[in-house]
Design a protein around this ligand. Structure first.
Ligand code: FCB
Length: 436
């Protein structure tokens, strides 16, 4: 195979992403409660200690710096900031200030996610995202955090992967709150949409009250290339289109148009959504093959291709072409800049991770060549961490974490990415070395 140098646009940003509950340890929230229920976490583990990133963030950011990262995406844990309704914990706010300062000190741009899957226990006990007041409750917390952190140069992510929260938590029942109900799923999607609107409104207001320049704001989507099992079967095609719209578009189209679209609403305007999306955060891992002969609503998807490499535990197939497809689809439909906020694979074989990253970056490059405005790429994840329902059995880190000693050790893929960052692209030699 003959490779050519693939350079990325000047100013393209590179780095890694992580989330509070998966790395920090010591959290008490709806997930820590869920982890206590036997059978919910595949390997029976919990995130009580996780990577102890709460105490070791300096060490982790030293590594990120050494590895050439320019951006680090992390989340703030709501349950630390507001452990009971209306009570703010200022020591935790100070903690996150220090986290941001330690990134800034190292020349790394902080990208801060306000919600990455977890909720305070009091919020979960009050109906979670089914509570009609949930968007405002989330907005209050956002206002508090933004008031405290707006003096730093931060890129804001409002909600991480709302449709994952909805699909896995409210439709398939494998994440908290564990519902299996389409009506509830749609209700939760609507409230998460409104919560995104509330968050961005609070951010805009606080910055303008303080006379600061408006920051960049984005929701972060999980996207999957939805394909029909039998492309010749009109029913499969119809289902794929339906799921693509429901999973990949309904929510973001509502956020961008400022209208709560069917089935979440009847297209009514929701003022807080106006001007709520500066760019779209896109997380891509794989494709999803659907069939009209299987019950998608009950979590049934088509069998996996036995010849494709899969992600440890989660069984996501290695399918880089879907990345190009999804980036182009969002770019053409919404014409908003895209930031690739997560991409990676869980594997104990780092050679698979190296191939995965390069193959996916080739697709990103192709999308940029074809006109998509893509501003950056973040690998998931900086270190191995607590992979939700998989526990510690899926290794996503470019840095290995030994969960007995908590020792960190960069993998070859971390050095490969450092070279990619330094070259601002995939030079011929990098592709030859890692795709050989
Ligand atoms: C995404 C989540 C992230 C991580 C990766 C593997 O859906 O945003 O927290 O678990 O998957």
């Amino acid at each position: 195979m003959e490779y050519i140098d693939l350079f990325f646009p000047e100013g393209f940003l590179w780095g890694s992403a992580a989330a509070a509950h998966q790395t920090e340890g010591g959290n008490h929230n709806n997930w820590s409660e869920w982890e206590k229920i036997p059978g919910k976490i595949k390997d029976g583990t919990n995130a009580d200690v996780a990577c102890d990133h709460y105490n070791r963030y300096e060490e982790d950011f030293d590594l990120a710096k050494e590895l050439g990262h320019q951006v680090h995406r992390f989340s703030i844990e709501w349950s630390r900031i507001e452990p009971s309704f209306g009570k703010w914990d200022y020591t935790q706010i100070v903690h996150y200030k220090k986290v941001i300062e330690s990134l800034v000190k190292r020349g790394i741009q902080p990208m801060v996610t306000l919600h990455h899957f977890t909720n305070p226990v009091w919020f979960a006990e009050n109906g979670d995202w089914l509570n009609p007041e949930s968007p405002e409750l989330f907005g209050r917390y956002c206002r508090k955090i933004v008031q405290e952190l707006s003096n730093y140069d931060v890129i804001w992510n409002t909600i991480n992967e709302p449709m994952v929260v909805v699909t896995i938590g409210y439709l398939w029942g494998d994440f908290p709150p564990g519902h299996n109900d389409f009506g509830k799923a749609i209700q939760a999607a609507k409230h998460l949409l409104m919560a995104h609107g509330q968050a961005s409104t609070q951010i805009r207001e606080v910055y303008s009250e303080k006379g600061l320049d408006q920051p960049k704001i984005a929701p972060v989507l999980s996207t999957s290339y939805i394909m029909p099992e039998n492309p010749e079967d009109p029913e499969d095609l119809e289902l794929a289109e339906y799921i693509d719209n429901l999973y990949n578009h309904l929510w973001i189209e509502s956020a961008i148009t400022g209208r709560i679209l069917n089935p979440m609403g009847d297209g009514q305007r929701y003022a807080p959504l106006e001007n709520s999306v500066d760019f779209i955060g896109v997380n891509y891992y794989s494709r999803m093959v659907v069939s009209s002969k299987r019950d998608f609503m009950a979590g049934e998807i088509a069998p996996k291709d036995p010849y494709r490499v899969r992600c440890e535990g989660l069984e996501w197939e290695f399918y880089p072409e879907g990345y190009y497809h999804q980036i182009m689809d969002y770019w053409k439909k919404y014409q908003k800049p895209i930031f690739l906020t997560e991409n990676g694979i869980g594997t104990s074989d780092d050679r698979i991770r190296q191939r995965y990253i390069i193959s996916h970056l080739q697709q990103v490059h192709k999308a940029i060549q074809d006109g998509a405005k893509v501003d950056g790429y973040l690998v998931w994840s900086l270190t191995d961490n607590f992979e939700w329902a998989q526990g510690f059995s899926s290794h996503f880190g470019i840095i290995e974490c030994d969960f007995d000693t908590l020792k960190r050790k960069p993998r070859e893929s971390a050095f490969m990415l450092r070279k990619i960052i330094k070259d601002n692209g995939l030079v011929k030699e990098t592709q030859e070395t890692y795709l050989a």
